[in-house]
Write a protein that binds this ligand. Structure first.
Ligand code: RI2
Length: 321
């Protein structure tokens, strides 16, 4: 798939989910590098940077996207020729794709250990890693039951219940506003993340903070499954995560909205759950309390503060792995 095609599919959410977005961007950059016939290294770099910027501009919240792009673009490194730059980018893209697959498996393994036989689990939205934990526990023979929310307005819950159904897991499907009615039946909440900030706040699908708040009130543990590339390095220097606001028509049909001139439809796609409502974040490097998010950013993301391009735009590349 070309870079513009991938960018369009990410924007329209045909490709969605923080990990899938990141992976699709890495694949698009790899394929672009492969097909690019640049006359020299500078031209190659310039073209790749344009492609990277287009991909990053598609959705602002899921930090997995700029992190993946940053990782792949670091393959340009100190290359002196277009050929070196090309193989650097391809190598980094392949590495990212592989390590992302590996991360999902490791998180599933770690997460499953937190699920006990007989647990009733609540999940919100459609997170590949969160589902991976539940499926792993199920495959280990633990009898689990899941409550999955609908997830207005894009109904990602439909994808979640299909996956759970196909895995043979007993599942209850509820509207988002029914969470509090069922919270006393729940043993554990497991969700994914689009971004984790330096202070351990988790940015995830709209409604997540309500779920976590409700869980905290009922003393139900909340576990977040998130690969390290969902941690947001720029929050170290005070940058806030931008919350994407999507088209009003996702919430209210245009023909109805047109008849309501005094009504403005708001459609934020994500919200922020503070660290105090999260018990554990499970990464491929192990489980951490949210307060340790800084360590993940510092130790595993491989970004140094000096690498941040403070003027905005893409971060500058780094050398090596
Ligand atoms: P995985 C999704 O965002 C959801 O918020 C989900 O929890 C998160 O990405 C992580 O998904 P959207 O693309 O990477 O549906 O765990 O807006 O699959």
């Amino acid at each position: 798939m070309t870079v513009p095609e991938t960018a369009e599919k990410i924007k329209s959410m045909e490709i969605r989910g923080a990990r899938r977005i990141a992976r699709a961007a890495a694949e698009a950059l790899r394929d672009h590098a492969l097909s690019l016939q640049a006359p020299n290294n500078a031209a190659f770099r310039q073209d790749m940077e344009k492609a990277a910027a287009l991909l990053v501009s598609t959705r602002p919240t899921a930090v997995s996207l700029p992190n993946a792009v940053h990782y792949v673009m670091a393959g340009l490194g100190a290359a002196k020729t277009a050929d070196d730059a090309k193989s650097g980018v391809i190598h980094r893209a392949e590495q990212f794709i592989q390590s992302s697959q590996h991360a999902v498996k490791r998180i599933a393994g770690f997460g499953a250990r937190h699920i006990r036989d007989g647990d009733v689990i609540l999940t919100h939205c459609n997170s590949e890693v969160a589902l991976g934990c539940m499926i792993e526990a199920h495959q280990q023979g633990k009898q689990i039951e899941v409550f999955a929310t609908e997830v207005r307005p894009r109904n990602q819950g439909h994808i979640t219940i299909r996956t759970l159904n196909d895995a043979g897991i007993k599942t209850n499907f509820i509207v988002d506003s029914a969470v509090r009615s069922f919270i006393n039946d729940i043993d554990l909440v497991i969700i994914g993340a689009d971004a984790v900030t330096v202070n351990g706040a988790v940015v995830n699908k709209i409604g997540t903070s309500q779920v976590a708040h409700t869980a905290a009130e009922a003393r139900v543990n909340v576990i977040v499954a998130a690969e390290t590339y969902k941690f947001a390095p720029r929050t170290v220097i005070g940058e806030l995560i931008e919350i994407e606001e999507r088209p009003p028509a996702e919430v209210l049909a245009d023909e109805i909205a047109r008849t309501l001139p005094n009504v403005k439809v708001r459609n934020p796609a994500f919200d922020v759950t503070p660290a105090e409502y999260i018990d554990l974040i499970i990464t491929e490097q192990g489980a951490i309390p949210p307060q340790m998010a800084y360590v993940i950013i510092r130790e595993y993301l491989g970004w140094e503060i000096g690498e941040f391009n403070l003027a905005g735009g893409l971060p500058v590349g780094i050398n090596g792995d």
